[in-house]
Design a protein around this ligand. Structure first.
Ligand code: ME8
Length: 648
C-alpha cells in the first residue's frame, strides 16, 4: 500500500482578490503535492478560504453587500484563480461550509466542557454608540478613536483558552521533533519570543461583531477567527468532535505538512498544536513557513492599478511560465521579488533560451535527418558519459532538494540537465555528423541520447510545470515517467517525433510586452476613482505606542548611490549612519537618479530585518512619502543634524 501524504495551504482570507503573493502559496503546495504523487505517495491536498471576522464584515459593508454574499463572490474568485494556475486540490474548504461551522461549535463546547476554555472578562473602555471596546492605548485623547465621543470603563465577558497548561508539552514536542518547523531558524524565534516568556491565556471569543460562528451555548459570542480557521485542517477531512470522525480522517490525520507564509508561523506552531493537544489529537508532522513574494519597486496598490495578479500574468505569459517564475523567485524561506520586467527576463533567458530551444532543436533534427524516427543505434562515445551521468542523477538531486521543500533548488537541478543537453548538442555537432553517411548511426545515437535526457528532465519538471512537461513529451511521441523510472538511461526503445512540434516557449519582445502592460495599468488606474473613500480603505488599524516604538528610525547620509543593473526600479545606496556604513536597496530609481541622492541626508528604518533584493542584501529601508498619483519624495531632516541621530 502506498504511503499517504496530507498537505494543506493556509486558507486565504476572503477579503478580496488575492494578489500573486497569496497565489504563490497555492502553486508551491500544488508542486509539492504533484511531486509527492510522482514519488508514489497517495496525496491529499486541501486548500480553501477563511471567511469570518470583523475585517470581512467591514469589507462587505463597504461593498454594500451582506457578508455571505461578499464571501461567496470572493471565494469563487479565489477558486477561479487557483484553477487557472493549475492547483490540483482534493478539497476546497470554506469556513462558512455548514459542516465546518457545526464542528467548530462542537469543538468549542467540548473544550469548554473539559475546562480548557473558561468564561472570564476583560476590562476596557466602552463606547456605547459604537458598541466597541477599546484598550487604554487605543483611545485618542481619552475618547473613542472612531467617533470621538466619551467612553466608560466596562467589563466584557469573553471566553479564554488555557494556553499555558500545554506549554511544556509543546516544548517537548519541539525537542523531540527537530524538523517540526521549517526553516529551522523559525523554531528559535517561537521558543525565545513566545514559549520562554510564558504563554498568556488566549481570548477565543468575540462579542463586538457578529460575522462569525456563534458559540452554540452562548450565542452573543462568536468563535475567535483563528480557532475557526485553523480547525479547517481537521474538519475538512471529516473530523467529528463527538468521536464519529470519518474513515478519511482516520487515514489522513495527522497532516504531513502545513504550507504557510512566514507571518502566520506562530498561529500554526503554537496555537494550533495546543488546540490539537486539548482535543487529544496527534500533531501535524511539519509546518513549512515560506517567504513572501514582494513587488519589485514599491508596494502594490489598487489605486495605482499596479497590483500583480496571477490571472494577468497567465494571460501574458501562460500558466507554466508564471508557476516557474514564482517557484524560482525565492530561495527556501527567504523573500523574493516580482516585476513584469523580471518575468519577461526569466521567460527569455531560461524558458525560451534553455528549454524551448532545446526541445525545438532536437525535434527538428530528428525530423530533418531521420524523418522523425528516434532510436538508439548503439554507437557511443566518451562525450555521452557526462550527459548520461547528469541525466540519471537529476532525479536523486531534485528529490533531495524537495525533502526540505527547496523548490527553487530542485528546479535548478532540472534546468542544469537541460543546459547540459544544450551543451551536448554543441559538443556533438549533429549538423556535421549529418554530412557523412557513415556517421548516420552515431547521429541517431546522439539524437536518442538527447531525447532520453530531455524526457528525464520533462518527467521531473511535471510537478512544477505540468502542461509544459506534457506538451514537451507529446512532441517526442512519448509519455512522462514516474520517478522510480528515472534513475537509469534508456527508458524507451524508439519513437517518432511530431512533424510540427508545439513551441514550448518563444522569445518575448520586452518592449512590446511592457507597452501592453503599461496600457493595461493606465486603463485600470483611470477606472479606479481616487476618492476619499478609497484612501480610507487603505488606512491601517490603530497601533499602540509600543508598536511604534519597535520601529527604529535614524538619519543617514548618502555616501554613494548607483542603479541596480538587473532592475529598472532599484537603486543601491551606501549610507553612513553614525559609526556604521550600510547598504540599502530602494525601489525609487524611477523617481530619483543616483546624482539626486549622493550627499543628501534622509531617514531610514534602521531595524528592519535585512532582505535580499536582486541578490544584494538591503540593511534597512528609506522612508518616503507617496501621494495618490504615485509621486514619491524621500524625507529629510528640516535642519542639518548628524547622521546616526535617532528619530522619535
Ligand atoms: O493569513 N507572498 O490569510 P491571507 C507570499 N486567513 N505569501 C503571502 C504573501 C506574499 N506577498 N502575502 C500573503 C491568512 N501570503 C489566514 C490564514 S490559515 C488557518 C488562516 C500568504 O489571505 C500568507 O502568509 O492573509 C498566508 O500563508 C497565505 O498567503 C494566505 O494569507
Amino acid at each position: 500500500m502506498s504511503k499517504k501524504f496530507y498537505l494543506t495551504t493556509a486558507i486565504a482570507y476572503a477579503s478580496g482578490k488575492p494578489h500573486i503573493g497569496n497565489t504563490y502559496e497555492a502553486i508551491l503546495s500544488d508542486s509539492i503535492a504533484r511531486f509527492k504523487k510522482k514519488q508514489g505517495y497517495e496525496v491529499f491536498l486541501q486548500t480553501g478560504t477563511d471567511e469570518h471576522g470583523q475585517k470581512i464584515e467591514e469589507k462587505a459593508k463597504a461593498a454594500g453587500k451582506l457578508p455571505k454574499e461578499f464571501v461567496d463572490d470572493v471565494a469563487a474568485e479565489i477558486k477561479r484563480l487557483w484553477d487557472l494556475v493549475g492547483v490540483s486540490y482534493d478539497k476546497f474548504i470554506r469556513t462558512t461550509d455548514e459542516d465546518h461551522e457545526k464542528q467548530i461549535q462542537k469543538i468549542f463546547e467540548k473544550l469548554y466542557k473539559q475546562g480548557d476554555i473558561y468564561k472570564g472578562a476583560y476590562e476596557g473602555w466602552y463606547c456605547t454608540p459604537c458598541e466597541s471596546f477599546w484598550t487604554e492605548s487605543q483611545l485618542v485623547d481619552g475618547k473613542c478613536p472612531d467617533c470621538g465621543r466619551p467612553v466608560k470603563k466596562a467589563q466584557e465577558e469573553a471566553y479564554f483558552f488555557k494556553m499555558s497548561k500545554y506549554a511544556d508539552r509543546l516544548m517537548k514536542y519541539y525537542d523531540e521533533h527537530p524538523d517540526f518547523i521549517l526553516p529551522v531558524s523559525r523554531k528559535n524565534e517561537m521558543v525565545n519570543n513566545f514559549l520562554k516568556p510564558g504563554l498568556q491565556d488566549l481570548c477565543v471569543s468575540r462579542s463586538s461583531f457578529k460575522w462569525g460562528i456563534p458559540v452554540n451555548f452562548d450565542p452573543k459570542h462568536v468563535v475567535y477567527v483563528w480557532l475557526d480557521a485553523l480547525s479547517n485542517y481537521i474538519t475538512g477531512v471529516g473530523y467529528d468532535a463527538d468521536g464519529n470522525s470519518s474513515e478519511l480522517f482516520g487515514k489522513l490525520w495527522p497532516a504531513d505538512l502545513h504550507v504557510i507564509g512566514k507571518d502566520i508561523i506562530r498561529f500554526h506552531t503554537i496555537y494550533w498544536p495546543i488546540f490539537l493537544m486539548a482535543l487529544g489529537l496527534p500533531l501535524p508532522k511539519q509546518v513549512y513557513g515560506h517567504g513572501w513574494l514582494l513587488q519589485d519597486g514599491g508596494k502594490m496598490s489598487k489605486s495605482k492599478g499596479n497590483v500583480i495578479y496571477a490571472d494577468d500574468l497567465v494571460e501574458f505569459f501562460g500558466r507554466d511560465a508564471v508557476r516557474y517564475y514564482v517557484l524560482t523567485a525565492m530561495p527556501q524561506g527567504a523573500d523574493g521579488l516580482i516585476s513584469w520586467e523580471s518575468v519577461i527576463e526569466k521567460v527569455n533567458a531560461e524558458l525560451a533560451h534553455v528549454l524551448g530551444t532545446l526541445v525545438n532543436r532536437t525535434v527538428a533534427m530528428s525530423n530533418k535527418y531521420f524523418g522523425g524516427k528516434v532510436e538508439d543505434k548503439g554507437v557511443y562515445e566518451d562525450v555521452d558519459e557526462d550527459l548520461k551521468k547528469v541525466a540519471v542523477s537529476a532525479c536523486g538531486k531534485a528529490c533531495k532538494c524537495m525533502e526540505t521543500y527547496c523548490v527553487a533548488d530542485a528546479l535548478e537541478e532540472i534546468f542544469a540537465l537541460f543546459r547540459r543537453a544544450n551543451k551536448y548538442i554543441d559538443e556533438t555537432t549533429p549538423w556535421v555528423l549529418a554530412k557523412d553517411e557513415e556517421k548516420s548511426a552515431r547521429l541517431a545515437t546522439v539524437l536518442y541520447n538527447l531525447t532520453e535526457s530531455i524526457m528525464i528532465g520533462l518527467s521531473l519538471l511535471y510537478p512544477f510545470m505540468p502542461s509544459t512537461a506534457e506538451k514537451g513529451a507529446a512532441n517526442f511521441g512519448l509519455s512522462l515517467r514516474d520517478f522510480d523510472k528515472l534513475g537509469t538511461f534508456g527508458g524507451f526503445r524508439e519513437t517518432k517525433v511530431k512533424e510540427t512540434p508545439e513551441i514550448l516557449f518563444a522569445r518575448l519582445d520586452p518592449k512590446a510586452v511592457m507597452d501592453k502592460v503599461e496600457a493595461m495599468h493606465s486603463a485600470r488606474a483611470e477606472v479606479t476613482p481616487k476618492t476619499e473613500e478609497n484612501k480610507q480603505k487603505e488606512s491601517k488599524p490603530m497601533i499602540d505606542i509600543e508598536d511604534f516604538e519597535k520601529v527604529q528610525l535614524k538619519v543617514a547620509k548618502v555616501l554613494a548611490c548607483e542603479k541596480v543593473e538587473k532592475s529598472n526600479k532599484l537603486l543601491k545606496l551606501t549610507l553612513k549612519v553614525g559609526e556604521e556604513t550600510r547598504t540599502v536597496v530602494s525601489g525609487i530609481a524611477k523617481h530619483y537618479s543616483p546624482e539626486d541622492l549622493i550627499g543628501k541626508k534622509l531617514v531610514i528604518v534602521a531595524n528592519l530585518k535585512p532582505a535580499k533584493l536582486c541578490g544584494i542584501e538591503s540593511q534597512g529601508m528609506i522612508v518616503c512619502a507617496e501621494n495618490t498619483e504615485g509621486k514619491i519624495a524621500f524625507l529629510s531632516p528640516e535642519k542639518d543634524i548628524e547622521d546616526g541621530s535617532e528619530i522619535f
